[in-house]
Each structure stands twice: as structure tokens, then as C-alpha cells.
Design a protein. Structure first.
Length: 172
């Protein structure tokens, strides 16, 4: 079963979050679709001009094994298997005009492997505690919203300046 924390973040909030995630451990950051089975780590969050910029993975490289990747033949790229891997999905808030969409962190806590889907396992306590630590950082620095999310300071400035919030992003 997965765990998630929903939020509204602006650019400065994201930088603070990533800085916190990396403050006490070596956290690898990488994109959703990979051209090969090599995990290319990012130094910073991708620009909104880059494909797939809104979805990245966080990997605690010192405490978790290399993520399991699988090849998606139809799309000709590799993706992380979140059920077999100890990774945190970071889906970023998207600003479209005056509308800021909700983002989230998410991780699967009960794992299984494609080669043995009937056998499940609990993710290690170190991983679960790391996810809780990230979620706690988000909730302590924000206000809760009526839709069950959390509004971080930069997103609050967006609202104070006349911006709107949306649970969903609708591409044109």
C-alpha cells in the first residue's frame, strides 16, 4: 500500500524541499523516463521546458539499493518499478497561467516483484522513516487545505497575489 502527501509548492518551496531531502544523506534525483538502464542523476530539478520535468524520483543512495528498472517497449524507454524499488516519487506542482496544480510525494510501502507477484514484502524501516521525515517536513512548513493537501509558503504567496489552486492539471 502506498503513502502520499499532497501539496501546493512554488519554485522556492521546491528548492527548500530538495535541499532538506539532501541535508543529511546522499539523495539521487532522476527523471521518470530513462533512455537506457543507466540511472543518470540530476544536480537540480529539471526546467519546465524539459520533457517530463514535473515527475522525478528521489533515491536515498546510501541506504537503499539501486532502483529496479523495466523497459517499456511501446515507449522505448526505461522506468522505475516503484513496487520493487525504494524510491519516492516527487510529482511537482504545475503553474499554468494563474492556476497552480497540486503535487505530491508518494512511495509504495508494500513491495512485490514482477517475476513473483504473489510474494509481497514490507519496505525496510529506514525507507519508511525517510518517507515520513520528508512528509513531516512538508506538513510542518505549510497550512492544510480543504482538499486534504498542504499549502507551502511560496504557494501561499501565489494565492495572496490572486492565483488559484487546482487539484488537477488539464493539458490543452
Amino acid at each position: 500500500m502506498g503513502k502520499q502527501v499532497n501539496f501546493y509548492m512554488a519554485g522556492a518551496d521546491e528548492l527548500d524541499f530538495i535541499r532538506f531531502a539532501r541535508s543529511d544523506r546522499e539523495v539521487g534525483l532522476f527523471g521518470y523516463g530513462l533512455p537506457s538502464d543507466e540511472i543518470v542523476l540530476l544536480d537540480e530539478l529539471p526546467s519546465p521546458k524539459e520533457p517530463g520535468w514535473f515527475h522525478v524520483w528521489l533515491w536515498d543512495m546510501a541506504n537503499s539499493p539501486r532502483p529496479v528498472l523495466r523497459f517499456v517497449r511501446e515507449q522505448r524507454h526505461y522506468v522505475v518499478d516503484p513496487f520493487a524499488s525504494e524510491v519516492v516519487e516527487f510529482s511537482r506542482s504545475i503553474l499554468d497561467g494563474q492556476c497552480l496544480s497540486r503535487g505530491r510525494i508518494w512511495a509504495e510501502m508494500i513491495g512485490w516483484r514482477m517475476d513473483d507477484p504473489l510474494h509481497t514484502f514490507r519496505k525496510p524501516g529506514t525507507f519508511v522513516r525517510w518517507f515520513r521525515r520528508l512528509g513531516s517536513w512538508l506538513t510542518r512548513r505549510s497550512m492544510s487545505t480543504s482538499d486534504g493537501g498542504y499549502l507551502l509558503p511560496g504557494a501561499q504567496e501565489h494565492v495572496d497575489g490572486g492565483g488559484m489552486l487546482s487539484q488537477l492539471f488539464f493539458a490543452e
